[in-house]
Ligand binder design. Structure first.
Ligand code: AMP
Ligand code: GLY
Length: 423
């Protein structure tokens, strides 16, 4: 089978590495891909939002399966366009990807179907949002409705900050049209857990849990990023939490989407917060997490392509999803200055070490080839993942492996998985 993966980050590298293990795959392409993905797939210079060119390429190469990794093309309707051209594609259609594409939509869905989440109001009028703020307690959370690279969420401690936040999102349009609408919601406290799942429209199978570290600096300081590291499984995702979410969140979400005429096929990522009043949904994503995929997929025992086909065919109930009884930790190596300002183009050395040992992976997030060399090409550069028998061993292995890789301006957090010590 010929497979085309759409995307260019560490997540797509993890998808490609996992798909490459399938006996079903004879040839893989990735658009646009990166220098790491090139080890598994032929990278083609077509952007993830160039739908016309992607469809033409898939037709020309007689692609049997397209896997869309990224949120933007999903929310923009790439799956619909591929399907209209008769090409089998994994991911939600546009009318279902709205689960991630509009926070106002997802909040209304949760309210309507009694799925536990923070109390909120949606606003399209900045004056109404400002008036509402007069009567809330702080901290309060402001969210731009649309996609904003994980940066459209502002936690405001005072009325002053919140007023500025409304201005930033709705008037200054810092996150572009994502700020045409806004959610204002109750601030929650608790541990965060990411649960990814496969969905075939009716059946949902959850994967092993993970936890991301979104802030740039140690001790959860600094700005929000796309994610600085992950571990899997989360020791805080207990049997009780799983049972609660199975009862009130997972199937309920799939059924709610179907009831709305928005059948969801693909990956639903549940961002959960374990509050003292029970688990609540922070957000939904309509795709694998990045860097959650980098710790979840290496632990999956199933053939990824088989599971993906079952999602498309509506036969997921026949799949026995299994994960290794071990742990994995991913430490992101970024460019100094990420997520604000950073330099690119520095040569990377030491990557070959990862081919020599089992249980170690170096997923490329932002790399490119330049003059025959692999160089840094983004804020998040690499995701160093290691497995271990348990989380502590996996963390020690991952941090040891971060030393193998060298590049100028290398930056990482040193406390990925520190929460494990409190479990
Ligand atoms: P989101 O993109 O909605 O997941 O938000 C990004 C991050 O902001 C989350 O991972 C949380 O750390 C934080 N966050 C979002 N919503 C809330 C909330 N209601 N209460 C507390 N923190 C939140
Ligand atoms: N790691 C969070 C995300 O993929 O949105």
């Amino acid at each position: 089978m010929k497979v085309l993966i759409v995307g260019s980050g560490g997540r797509e590298h993890a998808i490609a590495a996992s798909a490459a293990k399938s006996v079903k795959v004879e040839k893989m392409y990735c658009a646009p891909g990166n220098a790491g993905i090139a080890a598994y797939a032929e990278c083609v210079d077509i952007g993830a939002m160039e739908f016309g060119r992607l469809v033409a390429f898939a037709r020309e190469k007689e692609i049997d399966l397209v896997i869309v990794g990224m949120d933007d093309p999903l929310v923009g309707g790439l799956v619909d366009e591929m399907e209209a051209a008769g090409i089998r594609t994994f991911g939600p259609r546009k009318n279902a990807a709205i689960l991630e594409g509009s926070k106002a939509f997802s909040k209304d869905l949760m309210k309507k179907y009694h799925i536990p989440t923070a109390a909120y109001e949606n606003f399209t009028d900045p004056d109404a949002a400002l008036a509402y703020l007069e009567n809330v307690s702080f901290p309060i959370v402001l969210k731009a409705d649309g996609l904003a690279l994980g940066k459209g969420v502002l936690i405001c401690n005072t009325l002053e900050e919140a007023r500025d936040g409304v201005k930033t999102i709705m008037l200054d349009k810092k996150f572009g049209s994502a700020g045409n609408e806004m959610v204002i919601e109750e601030f929650m406290t608790g541990r965060e857990v990411s649960v990814l799942s496969f969905v075939d429209g009716k059946t949902i199978k959850t994967m092993t849990s993970a936890q991301d570290h979104k802030r740039a600096g140690d001790g959860d300081t600094g700005l929000n990023t796309g994610g600085m590291g992950t571990f899997s499984p989360s020791p805080f995702y207990t049997k009780e939490v799983e049972e609660f979410c199975s009862k009130y969140v997972y199937q309920a979400t799939v059924d709610a989407m179907a009831a709305e005429g928005r059948e969801f096929k693909g990956v639903i990522f549940f961002g959960l917060m374990l509050t003292k009043d029970g688990p609540k949904v922070l957000e939904y994503n309509a795709r694998f997490g990045d860097p959650e995929a980098q710790v979840v997929l290496p632990r999956m025992k199933n053939d990824l392509i088989e599971v993906i086909e079952a999602c498309i065919d509506g036969t997921l109930d026949e799949i026995d999803l299994q994960f290794e009884d071990n742990a994995a930790v991913c430490v992101v190596l970024a460019s100094q200055g990420y997520p604000v300002q950073y330099q690119k183009g520095f040569p990377i050395s030491g990557l070959e070490e990862f081919d020599k040992q089992d249980g170690y992976y170096c997923f490329h997030a932002g790399t490119a080839f330049k003059d025959g060399q692999i160089v840094t090409n983004g804020g998040r550069v690499l995701g160093v993942t290691a497995k271990g028998q348990d989380l502590k061993e996996a963390r020690a292995n991952a941090y040891a492996a971060t030393d193998w890789v060298k590049f100028e301006n290398k930056y990482m957090r040193h406390d990925i998985g520190k929460a494990i010590d409190e479990a």
